[in-house]
Ligand binder design. Structure first.
Ligand SMILES: O=C(O)CCC(=O)C(=O)O
Ligand SMILES: [Fe+2]
Length: 190
């Protein structure tokens, strides 16, 4: 997954620093596979507005991993995933509390789950019922962890407070030569 993300990230539709509507740059690098998520318009489309690049196809190998995780969490329905958002955080990367609610009305009302896979350095993941960071529950997401938010938890506020330096498994660093930081992939159904 790491080498494929790196390869896709360098190509058309690859990693970039997204901005929000208010012009603020997010503290991470992002690319969208399947459909492009536009953080400024908060909507999905086939291409991204700022450079016209088509969203790269989601690799079958990625789909299989996410579908397997989805089927193990048998309390949630199996999604027909058509979006994968890949985030890369440097060690100073973070992401404020937000809800993922730009998927279709039907996907959200059914509480269809999204599947999140974390790789490399550990991050502190926050979640809660409000945007208040002090009240949020904090857990560590380590390399290889899979988190699924679905049903009643689909619209939880969530975010990343910080990435913990030098916490990735050493074998992974040796094998991939990846620079420090964290990769997160979320798989969704529009
Ligand atoms: O990096 C993470 O674990 C969360 C990513 C996220 O919330 C998102 O892409 O919407
Ligand atoms: Fe999110």
């Amino acid at each position: 997954m790491v080498s494929m993300c790196r390869q896709l990230g360098k190509g058309p539709g690859g990693f970039y620093r997204p901005s929000l509507k208010n012009g603020a740059k997010l503290n991470l690098w992002m690319m969208s596979l399947g459909k492009n998520w536009d953080p400024t318009a908060r909507s999905y489309g086939p291409t991204r507005p700022f450079d016209g690049a088509q969203a790269p196809t989601i690799l079958d190998a990625f789909k299989m991993i996410a579908q397997t995780a989805n089927s193990i969490a048998s309390e949630f329905p199996q999604i027909n995933l058509d979006i994968c958002i890949v985030n890369y955080y440097t060690n100073s990367g973070k992401l404020g509390l937000h809800q993922d609610k730009d998927e279709s009305e039907s996907s959200l009302t059914k509480g269809l789950p999204f599947i999140s896979i974390s790789i490399e350095d550990t991050a502190e993941f926050m979640f809660g019922d409000t945007r208040d960071q002090d009240q949020a529950t904090k857990i560590n997401l380590e390399s290889g962890d899979v988190l699924i938010l679905g049903g009643e938890s689909r619209l939880l506020f969530h975010g990343i407070s910080h990435v913990k330096t030098d916490t990735a498994p050493s074998w992974l660093k040796e094998e991939t030569g990846l620079r420090p930081g964290r990769i997160n992939l979320t798989f969704r159904q529009y």
